[in-house]
Design a protein around this ligand. Structure first.
Ligand SMILES: Cc1cc2nc3c(=O)[nH]c(=O)nc-3n(C[C@H](O)[C@H](O)[C@H](O)COP(=O)(O)OP(=O)(O)OC[C@H]3O[C@@H](n4cnc5c(N)ncnc54)[C@H](O)[C@@H]3O)c2cc1C
Length: 569
């Protein structure tokens, strides 16, 4: 291949599409004598995707600012881009335990007039079709498992994952080894907390001098409503209930076509209380009288969860190295104040394509040449947008109210934080989690943060029921793709210190401390429980890799094609 894109998300598909068109246009112009120079000939462009189809692992809100797509495909509406509705109404609510107080003004970052509500799953599948028409090769069910480097550490491609390995690590009759896809440039567009991106950043020190990335987790459901009580095109955002004031969080409710309600809740993955459970926070959100009334008589039809890179400008790594570029959420292009990353993912992909096109013309794929990608980002509209909100998330580490004050001041002053609201930037999110003892909990106490929460199967659902609605499928006879580097910590130190938060922060019931039959840890009878990993439930949200307090969980790609199927999400 000439160029390999890892991940078929909006960033990489936009990049592959734009590159294919630039090359075709150049070749035509040279052949017709309009442009001097050499034609590039046939440039082989491949996109590999771990999901079973383009879009199957894509989960988003989503309200899309169309500015990115309009640059890529100016007549995207006429071309039939799948759009749910234009945004016709914006609402911002503050939720107390019982009341929903509508703000007379919409916070400016959440002004969505002229934007579109979309199912990003559908939009991504459509982008995939545009790519194929432009001559891009797309390979679903091919996870990028390892970067390929040459002797001087240049990236020279990617190795895809093996297929047909059983849970003991032995080859099954259908064994197929991974393929080495060698390329002049490899583009990482794996989305949030990319497994290859994480390793590459560590290996090449691409985050040197940058702040650690911080994340949130979005948990969402689609509901079928019995009537037109919530029109397509209405967008509601909420603050307040059920988050406590030290936990960054908020809800969204978007009206889609055919009486489908799209709602979800974001919890900052820098929460303090180790007993917080983002899935339970979302279930509680639905019990608020305002939300429960909206949902009454409706039916939950889909579920999903995914992390969001919220660190913004300060947390973006160096996005180029020899033979490689990083685009979209993998590089942290998301604007957390607006909860928007689709437009900038598309734009970053386009800028990467323009950089690669120039590199192809001079046959130079060194870091020195690819560096112009960052220059392009700096000169584009992405930079003023991200700089304006550069201290947004950090402000909320001082609690909800100071966070809001700081967000308002930053909006007026172009992002300034005066060294007050931004001083917590240095901490990664998992470091904010406090030990059980700080809250007066004990490791083996049956204390619950959510004593009143019941999963009634009508309004609220437990994780297993929800996971069923994510249509997750993994072949169970394969090695677990969640590597816990030291399981001894789980039943002893982690149980004592944090009460095994993996059971709670995972929104898919993957981690379970199973009973060993031993009475207690403290009586010296050996660990009472052991970690059981139900990896087949995994929805690929990456929360465990992010939030584990000891940073000993490593998420790697499972066998190709496994995972959720986020149709319509
Ligand atoms: C809950 C939630 C709500 C959001 N709401 C909005 C919103 O309202 N508006 C908005 O603009 N943005 C929103 N966003 C952000 C938006 O979804 C992202 O910014 C955008 O999807 C980023 O695109 P991407 O191409 O970088 O990554 P992704 O969309 O994550 O795509 C990455 C793709 O790469 C694949 N992949 C990953 N690793 C590998 C590998 N190793 N090998 C092969 N394939 C791989 C994945 O399966 C996936 O298909 C939201 C995000 C979340 C999670």
């Amino acid at each position: 291949m000439d160029v390999v894109f890892v991940g078929a998300g909006p960033a990489n598909l936009s990049s592959a599409y734009h590159l294919a068109r630039l090359v075709n246009k150049h070749n035509r112009a040279v052949e017709s004598g309009e442009r001097e120079g050499k034609a590039l000939g046939e440039i082989q462009i491949a996109v590999i995707e771990k999901g079973s189809a383009v879009g199957s692992h894509i989960l988003s809100g989503a309200v899309m600012d169309p500015c990115g797509l309009a640059e890529l495909i100016p007549d995207f509406v006429a071309q039939g881009a799948p759009l749910e509705s234009e945004v016709k109404e914006d609402r911002f609510l503050y939720l107390t335990k019982k009341q929903a107080i509508r703000s007379p003004i919409n916070p400016p970052p959440l002004n969505n007039h002229g934007y579109y509500i979309v199912s990003l799953n559908r939009l991504t599948a459509w982008l995939g079709e545009q790519c194929e028409r432009a001559g891009v090769n797309i390979f679903p069910e091919f996870p990028g498992a390892e970067m390929l480097h040459d002797e001087s550490d240049r990236v020279v491609g990617v190795r895809t994952g093996d297929k047909g390995i059983d849970k003991e690590g032995k080859r099954k009759p259908n064994f197929e080894p991974g393929v080495d896809l060698r390329a002049k440039v490899t583009v990482l567009g794996e989305g949030v907390r990319g497994s290859l991106t994480k390793k590459l950043i560590q290996r090449l020190g691409l985050d040197e001098g940058r702040e650690p990335q911080v994340y949130s987790l979005g948990v969402k459901e689609l509901w079928e409503l019995p009537d037109d009580r919530y029109p397509a095109g209405r967008v509601t955002h909420t603050l307040g209930f059920p988050s406590d004031q030290w936990t960054y969080g908020g809800g969204w409710i978007y009206g889609m076509q055919y009486r489908i309600l799209n709602l979800g809740y974001v919890t900052g993955l820098d929460y303090r209380d180790p007993l917080i459970d983002p899935h339970a926070e979302f279930q509680r959100f639905k019990t608020h009288p305002f939300v429960a009334k909206l949902l009454s008589g409706g039916k939950m039809i889909r579920y999903g969860a995914k992390a969001i890179a919220a660190g913004g400008w300060h947390a973006m790594p160096q996005m180029y190295a020899d033979g490689v570029l990083i685009v979209g959420d993998s590089a942290g292009f998301l604007n957390a104040a607006r909860l928007k990353g689709i437009h900038s993912a598309i734009k970053s992909g386009m800028l990467a394509a323009e950089t690669i096109f120039e590199a192809l013309l001079v046959d130079d794929f060194s870091a020195a040449k690819l560096q112009s990608y960052e220059e392009r980002v700096r000169q584009s509209w992405i930079t003023p947008e991200l700089r304006r909100y550069r201290n947004f998330h950090a402000g909320f580490r001082h609690g909800r109210w100071l966070g809001m004050v700081s967000a308002g001041l930053q909006y007026i002053t172009g992002g300034r934080a005066w060294g007050i609201f931004d001083r917590d930037h240095q901490k990664a999110g998992h470091e904010a989690m406090q030990k059980l003892s700080a809250y007066g909990y004990r490791g083996d106490d049956p204390v619950q943060r959510y004593p009143d929460l019941r999963f009634d199967g009508a309004l609220t659902f437990n994780k297993v029921t929800d996971v069923y609605h994510a249509a997750v499928a993994h072949d169970e006879d394969q090695p677990a793709h969640l590597h816990v580097l030291d399981t001894n910590v789980c039943a002893t130190r982690c149980a004592e210190e944090y009460g095994n938060p993996c059971e709670r922060f995972c929104p898919a019931a993957v981690y379970e401390m199973a009973d060993n039959g031993n009475p207690t840890v403290r009586e010296g009878a050996g660990p009472r429980r052991h970690l059981q990993i139900n990896f087949s439930n995994c929805v690929h949200c990456k929360t465990c890799d992010i939030m584990d307090p000891y940073q000993i969980i490593n998420w790697v790609t499972p066998e190709g094609g496994g995972g959720p199927d986020y149709k319509g999400m």
